[in-house]
Design a protein around this ligand. Structure first.
Ligand code: SAH
Ligand code: SF4
Ligand code: F3S
Length: 504
């Protein structure tokens, strides 16, 4: 039997069960990429009054939830909020989907293979749903902001009970109640954002590294990218709210903070009452008693001199910058609408390296953008050689429906794209090893994060430059800072020996 859909705000009494998928669009709050693209000048409101309605505070008592996260750190952090809300409703977490009463997939839309994975796993959930008709299966995150995804779920994934968007997380208690009691597919995806909701509960993973959002959304509209549509326009959290959160984490004993935004360098540009940018924010966070502060991601275009000056002060501001380049060819960068040239980027790198001598740079690169020639790809290779990145995330271009690049003529065969990716990764590996070799026999400061993923006898941690270090030591060192002498430098990992514990 097909489920009826439920609109969250319109009275459904008069609505008959629609027969065709297209009809559904009239009856629920469906996403629209076109609406998502509209950027208004409306004032951004900050809400400080989030609370769980009384009748929902115990709704999850004795029940379990499982959140599965795909995508970037922003999504990981959203999952911490989702978990926090569920716990505030009385739910407890479950490591497995098998015994969960609520399963939420927090999804990513950045590339096609990310989406394919979600659809595959949603398919597997059908069995659980058949075994337990009271199970609530929900889809949230960036995929739910796409019309085509919502339509596909309606048509072929009737086991889904709830779909909510990236701007609707604070509505989770009400949406969950609707999904529980209505037995209809509940869909609420706001295409147009606007507000910032503070004070939502968060269940942080561990107490060593903490994520802190400084802004939401993205206004850059790089031609290949879906994020400005799925995350809405740029909205900065008020500096006092960010600082209060960092201070609170410091008080709780967190050892490292990661500031999050799709383009942190645009922080504060949307304030109309104060002149306050990312450099100013970092200059204040620098004074907070927390040993390490990182940020991601910074768009090269808005990386200004003031920020470089502040970062050069060091201290808890670590000498590591993720600076996505995407391509080394000015022509390709232009078609990507990145709004900088190869020369601008290299000039920025020169300034950063001059100001922060031991800086470690990492990047994101897309190969096989529509029309990318061999020569243009070679420009990317020479860029990598010139900058000497310590690390890079590399991707084959994936067309996203509704973005400008999706309708550009793409004459690069997939085999060529794959060969370019392979070659690029080889060059990156060679340079990565060269960079790591420089640390041979040096003593580095490492924050111990846990056991190594591959060997529970070995501990794993990160340097200030975010390099992974393996060493043998007592488990009591987890969550502590230690000095490690590097004895063996591999391409993506360093191996070393414990020298001493560091008091911070
Ligand atoms: N806001 C970040 C990027 C977030 S997405 C920034 O601008 O730096 C992470 C990376 O995914 C991007 O840097 C880009 O390299 C890659 N990416 C985004 N859209 C893509 C697409 N359509 N195909 C392939 N890679 C993509
Ligand atoms: Fe996407 Fe560009 Fe925004 Fe990054 S800056 S999220 S790549 S549109
Ligand atoms: Fe993916 Fe959305 Fe992040 S598309 S990369 S989860 S912002």
């Amino acid at each position: 039997m097909m489920k009826e859909t439920k609109e969250a705000t319109v009275d459904l009494k008069s609505v008959k069960s629609p027969k065709k998928t297209e009809d559904y669009a009239k009856y629920f709050q469906a996403p629209s990429l076109k609406d998502a693209k509209k950027r208004g000048k409306e004032e951004i409101l900050v809400h400080y009054d989030f609370n769980i309605p009384e009748d929902m505070q115990n709704i999850g008592k004795g029940k379990r939830y499982h959140v599965r996260t795909y995508g970037c750190q922003m999504n990981e952090h959203d999952s911490e909020t989702i978990s926090g809300i569920l716990q505030a409703m009385g739910y407890t977490s479950s490591d497995s989907v098998e015994d969960a009463d609520v399963i939420l997939f927090n999804t990513c839309a950045i590339r096609e293979n990310a989406e394919d994975k979600v659809f595959g796993e949603l398919g597997h959930m059908k069995r659980l749903k058949n075994n337990n008709p009271n199970l609530i299966l929900g889809v949230c995150g960036c995929m739910s902001q796409e019309e085509k995804v919502v339509k596909k779920i309606l048509k072929s994934y009737q086991q889904v009970d709830l779909i909510f968007g990236t701007h609707n997380i604070h509505r989770l208690p009400e949406l969950l109640r609707d999904a529980m009691f209505s037995k209809e597919m509940v869909i609420e995806v706001w295409s147009k954002e606007g507000d910032i909701v503070e004070n939502m509960p968060k269940l942080r993973e561990g107490n060593t590294k903490g994520w802190v959002n400084i802004m939401y959304g993205c206004d850059k509209f790089c031609t290949y990218c879906i994020v400005p549509y799925t995350r809405g326009k740029e909205r900065s959290r008020r500096p006092e709210d960010v600082i209060a959160e960092v201070r609170d984490l410091a008080r709780q004993g967190f050892k490292e903070i990661m500031l999050l935004g799709q383009n942190v360098n645009a922080y504060g540009k949307d304030f109309d009452d104060i002149e306050y940018g990312f450099g100013d924010l970092m200059d204040e966070i620098r004074k907070i008693d927390i040993p390490r502060v990182r940020f991601t991601t910074s768009h090269p275009r808005d990386f200004d001199d003031h920020l470089i000056e502040v970062l050069a002060k060091g201290g808890n501001l670590v000498e590591q910058i993720h600076l996505p380049v995407q391509s080394g060819s000015t022509e390709v960068l232009k078609r990507m609408a990145r709004k900088y040239t190869r020369e601008h980027y290299l000039e920025l790198v020169r300034k950063i390296k001059d100001a922060i001598p031991n800086v470690s740079l990492s990047t994101d690169i897309i190969v096989g953008f529509p029309g990318e020639t061999d020569e243009q790809f070679e420009d990317t290779i020479s860029m990598v050689e010139e900058v000497k990145y310590d690390f890079a995330y590399t991707f084959i271009y994936s067309p996203r429906e509704g973005t400008p690049a999706a309708v550009m003529e793409d004459n690069v065969p997939m085999e060529v794209k794959k060969a370019r990716l392979y070659r690029l990764n080889e060059v990156l590996a060679r340079i990565g090893l060269e960079q790591n070799k420089k640390l041979q026999n040096q003593v580095v400061e490492v924050l111990v994060e846990g056991e190594s993923r591959t060997n529970s006898e070995v501990l794993a941690g990160r340097t200030r430059t975010n390099k992974l270090v393996h060493f043998t030591g007592d488990k009591s060192l987890i969550g502590q800072y230690v000095h490690i002498k590097i004895t063996d430098a591999k391409t993506w990992t360093l191996h070393g020996e414990l020298v001493s514990k560091v008091e911070v």
